[in-house]
Design a protein around this ligand. Structure first.
Ligand code: SF4
Length: 476
């Protein structure tokens, strides 16, 4: 769960990158960094914390260059410390690189790099991508890389690096300052690009970064391709490893900003359509209710759509406290309840005497929903139904979304046939409804990754890789 920004062809590329990074701050708050390219000289600054803290104005002013790469980090591999923050750089070949995703075969890559005399300095999985790409380029020639060389090196990177990754890098290609962008062959993680003033280009995780810069969203970084961006020129796209697209549907459900456009669709509109579909499936069960209430913030469009489709009220029933900090482990039940209320407080009259549908995006461990239902039950509603606008999360994600292990996923503890009834009992609700997998497919199409719901991983993950990722995550 990270976000990247790459910009080329702007006089003050670092300042623009800092702005664009703040638009994707929701993708990672543990660390941030910016690397600049100034006529072949490179400089990287990274630190812990959010963008404004990690890259203060006096540092930003010193990051001179016409191309820059920035990153916000939420670790799903490695730590959230400065050591594992991105971007990374090499001097031979001279290159800066950042990525979003999760490389699943780091030990295998590391062992092979070691045999070639190349060591890694961090636990961040961007570094192996950079090392492999650099290694493959140097196998072709020591300096003076052509576009053909980069295509060949990215093809080899696709073969050596497994998992999900959207990458942006700056290096010299064909004697010119060039920004290069590519995604894993299945394009699991997002990546878009856009055009700015005076021939500038940007490649970013979400379109909201382009919006904040005033750049025009031009398209998605195409699957299985590498793109070359240079100031004042049209981008060059070269096909490398064409494979079926499996875009992460959890971005649309939960992670991405609602005002972003992913794979050509506005995230807000996707959540709305999922809410409509959920309404159909919920109604088909013969349920009735008076009011639909969203668990803020992600679920709002789905809850509104559901209410509209059911022809009943939609009300704001929970107020989220944006200023509550981490609550750590509370010593007793009463303190835990207080901490929970500090984060989410119900408006009692919305629930009293009503048949309520509580809408949320997903259920992972189930602890939050149990507390929410308990809180609502104390307000004397007539009935409490829980409706989730995604299927049940039964499998962990190995592609860059932070999720607990299978043992901690509440849905994995019950068979599909009894799951909804079991969770209704566990939460103390009258019913629990998940969107069906075919329902999700009908809204989102076929070109998605839905492995956390179905267990069908588009890039196979071996048992040892799974174990390494789980161990690394626990240590993160
Ligand atoms: S497993 Fe789930 S969260 Fe992970 S990439 Fe696939 S859809 Fe996204």
């Amino acid at each position: 769960m990270c976000g990247f920004v790459g910009i080329t062809g702007l006089q003050d590329a670092a300042a623009a990158t800092s702005l664009a990074l703040q638009a994707v701050q929701h993708r990672g708050q543990d660390a941030a960094g910016i690397g600049v390219w100034n006529g072949g000289y490179v400089r990287v600054h990274k630190d812990e914390g959010m963008v404004a803290v990690a890259i203060p104005p006096q540092v930003l002013a010193e990051l001179e260059g016409t191309s820059a790469i920035g990153h916000v980090r939420y670790p799903t591999a490695g730590t959230g410390t400065r050591l594992d923050a991105q971007p990374f750089m090499t001097r031979r070949p001279t290159m800066i690189l950042a990525h979003n995703g999760n490389v699943t075969n780091v030990p295998e890559i590391e062992a092979r790099l070691k045999r070639r005399g190349i060591s890694l300095t961090s636990r961040c999985d961007a570094e192996p991508i950079l090392a492999v790409l650099g290694d493959e380029l140097l196998k072709i020639r020591p300096v003076g890389f052509t576009e053909e060389d980069v295509v060949e090196a990215v093809a080899a990177t696709h073969r050596r690096v497994r998992g999900a990754y959207s990458v942006v890098a700056i290096l010299e290609v064909a004697g010119r300052e060039t920004m290069v962008a590519f995604r894993d062959p299945h394009s699991i993680r997002p990546g878009v690009y856009g055009q700015g003033p005076d021939g500038a280009w940007a490649a970013v995780s979400e379109t909201v970064s382009l919006d904040v810069l005033g750049f025009t969203h031009t398209g998605d970084i195409p699957p299985g391709c590498v793109m070359f961006f240079r100031r004042g020129e049209e981008p060059v796209t070269r096909e490398v490893t064409p494979r079926p697209v499996h875009h992460c549907i959890f971005e649309d459900i939960y992670f991405a900003r609602p005002d972003s456009v992913m794979e050509g669709k506005r995230v807000n509109a996707q959540r709305w359509s999922l809410g409509e579909r959920l309404a159909e499936e919920w109604k088909a069960k013969g349920f009735e209710a008076d009011v639909v209430v969203a668990v803020p913030d992600t679920s709002r469009p789905a809850a509104k759509a559901m209410a509209e489709r059911l022809g009943i009220k939609n009300r704001e029933g929970f107020i989220k406290n944006r200023y509550s900090g981490r609550t750590f482990i509370m010593p007793n039940q009463k303190a835990r309840e207080a901490a929970h209320r500090l984060k989410l407080n119900p408006i009692s009259e919305v629930f009293e005497g009503q048949r309520v549908v509580i809408v949320d995006d997903s259920i992972v461990r189930g602890t939050t929903m149990r507390r929410i239902v308990q809180m609502v039950q104390a307000l004397n509603p007539k009935a409490v139904h829980v409706a989730i606008f995604s299927p049940a999360v039964r499998h962990p994600c190995f592609y860059g979304i932070d999720m607990p292990s299978e043992q901690e996923l509440v849905a994995a503890q019950h068979s599909p046939e009894v799951l909804e009834a079991a969770l209704a009992e566990r939460f103390g609700a009258d019913s629990v409804t998940f969107l069906s997998t075919p329902g999700l497919g009908q809204v989102a199409g076929r070109n998605i990754c839905d492995a956390c719901f179905t267990g069908r991983y588009p890039v196979p993950v071996s048992a040892s890789e799974k174990q390494h990722i789980e161990t690394d995550r626990r240590g993160a």
